[in-house]
Design a protein around this ligand. Structure first.
Ligand code: ADP
Ligand code: GLC
Length: 496
């Protein structure tokens, strides 16, 4: 089965969030299970510089406002996965982020930049881009790649199946309706039954409407987005797809996130050698100038600093928690008000709070290895990866009961409690209300449990034993691809 993954981010070349981690790891896991997998990426500067052995497959020429567009085939560094790259200097070669310029403003030509991505994907599925390879399945990630589903649907002879994965429904790719002619799509697709969404064009809706199958990155998020609270106005469209929407929980890259082999951390450890974790904790306190306090509950946050992540709850609860024995280490970037508030917290509590406003992969590993608990108090969370990294490192998650957080963390109080503890899946702390009081109460439960070192270690070992690799999810995706292909390629009934 030939599968094309289409996305705007991939670790380690371009990363804004967890999407990049998924796009790096899932295709490799699929390839390990026998699929013939390739990636398609826009030729952002870091992609052009980072891929290896690039050669031109086809000179596309002028399109979507760019004069010179070429399709390259290269290899990903590390995994060596084949990767198609769209080299369109006019659209992609610029300093700034993949979606925004340096001031945080959306690139004004995002419609063309991401329509081109979907359009090339459709050609790679229609047998006319690369004479050596064409996709049976096009798997598009988030709104950036969603137009692939519309372009494939608009090309009736196409036999490819399309899968659209929602990583975050909050970002939808909305554009003025009058830009419609730039897309070059049949007019039937412009209606409210197609891409039109409250007087705008919605790329997200292109994926939701035209993909053969829609997935979310956790089962619970699949249910949540069918409701008004989490649907961002698209809940009706999602309900309309009914049985076609399904959640497949993300995995993590178990080689990259492994405390037994992690080159970034002070001392390597595993469930049998937990003293290494204590060494990481002390090394972190020393590195960050925190009090060398073995009794503190060392709480970390590694996150985008946005409303989604609920970090205002942490800020509000912090003074009381610090008084009662919590130390707090934060690393993140995002909204200026949250960045400033965390900086102020550090100034107000030297030795107890450390804040790093910035992005640093190796440092994230040290924080997660050194902390006792990792807080993810999100308002909504399609999957969330850091709580899973925490589990793998024996750093117990404190999470809100939403989305993938609820699907991965089982509260200590919810143990099945079989006589031998065999069915006990508890591995962290979960709270419900999106309030500082609920968060604070939850952290206090962790503080109390940590006073019982044996119970704490048992919980750590259970957390570390949870299977989180991509092997299971990759099998689920392969099943889904086979089903979707079966439907797309079904022989017509009664010769129709
Ligand atoms: P989201 O994609 O919504 O941001 P996830 O938990 O799925 O949330 O993924 C976030 C990813 O980004 C994780 O790999 C996390 O370690 C990483 N990350 C977030 N902020 C930082 C930071 N400041 N420094 C290093 N890594 C970060
Ligand atoms: C999104 C979501 C996050 C998820 C990630 C990877 O960025 O916000 O919850 O883990 O995608 O699927």
């Amino acid at each position: 089965m030939k599968v094309l993954h289409v996305a705007a981010e991939v670790f380690p070349l371009v990363k804004v969030g967890g999407l990049a981690d998924v796009v790096a790891a899932l295709p490799v896991a699929l390839a390990e299970q026998g699929a013939d997998v390739r990636l398609l990426l826009p030729g952002l500067p870091a992609v052009m510089d980072g891929v290896q052995h690039a050669r031109t497959i086809i000179d596309i020429g002028a399109c979507f406002g760019a004069l010179r567009v070429r399709l390259l085939l290269a290899r990903m560094p590390g995994s060596r996965l084949p990767v198609y790259v769209i080299d369109a200097p006019y659209l992609y070669r610029r300093q700034g982020g993949p979606y925004q310029d340096r001031n945080g403003d959306e690139w004004p030509d995002n419609l063309q930049r991401f329509a081109l991505l979907g359009w090339v994907a459709a050609h790679l599925a229609a047998d006319d881009a690369d004479p050596q390879w064409s996709a049976d399945v096009v798997h598009a990630h988030d709104w950036h790649a969603a137009m692939a589903c519309a372009y494939v649907a608009d090309h009736t002879p196409s036999e490819a199946a399309t899968i659209f994965t929602i990583h975050n429904l909050a970002f939808q790719g909305l554009f003025p309706l009058h830009d419609w002619p730039l897309l070059g799509l049949a007019s039937r697709l412009m209606s409210p039954a197609g891409l039109e969404f409250h007087g705008q064009l919605s790329f997200m809706k292109a994926g939701l409407k035209f993909a053969d199958r829609v997935t979310t990155v956790s089962p619970r998020y699949a249910q949540e987005i069918a409701t008004h609270e989490f649907g961002f106005g698209l809940e009706g469209v999602i309900r309309g797809r009914d049985g076609d929407v399904r959640g497949i929980l993300n995995g993590i890259d178990a080689a990259l996130w492994n405390p037994a082999t992690d080159p970034a951390i002070a001392v390597r450890y595993d469930a049998e050698r937990l003293d290494g974790k204590l060494a990481c904790r002390r090394a972190l306190q020393a590195e960050l100038g925190l009090d060398a306090d073995d009794d503190a509950l060392l709480l970390t946050v590694v996150s985008r600093l946005t409303v989604q992540k609920g970090l205002d709850l942490v800020l509000t609860a912090l003074p009381d928690l610090l008084r009662d024995g919590v130390q707090c280490v934060v690393q993140g970037t995002g909204e200026p008000a949250l960045e400033a508030a965390f900086r102020m917290a550090q100034q107000a509590h030297p030795g107890r709070v450390h804040v790093h406003i910035g992005y640093d992969e190796a440092r994230a590993h040290r924080l997660i290895a050194g902390a006792d608990v990792i807080a993810v108090p999100s308002r909504f969370e399609p999957c969330g990866l850091t709580q899973m990294y925490g589990l793998r490192y024996g750093t117990l998650p404190i999470v809100r009961r939403v989305g993938g957080l609820a699907d991965t963390v089982v509260d200590v109080a919810d143990g099945a409690g079989g006589a031998d503890g065999a069915d006990d899946l508890t591995n962290g702390f979960v709270f419900d209300a999106a309030t500082a009081a609920a968060f604070e109460h939850c952290v206090r439960r962790a503080l109390a449990l940590r006073r019982d070192p044996l119970a704490w270690q048992q919980l750590m070992r259970r957390a570390m034993a949870k299977p989180l690799s991509w092997a299971g999810p990759a099998r689920d995706y392969l099943d889904l691809y086979a089903h979707a292909l079966g439907v797309v390629r079904q022989p017509p009934v009664n010769g129709q």
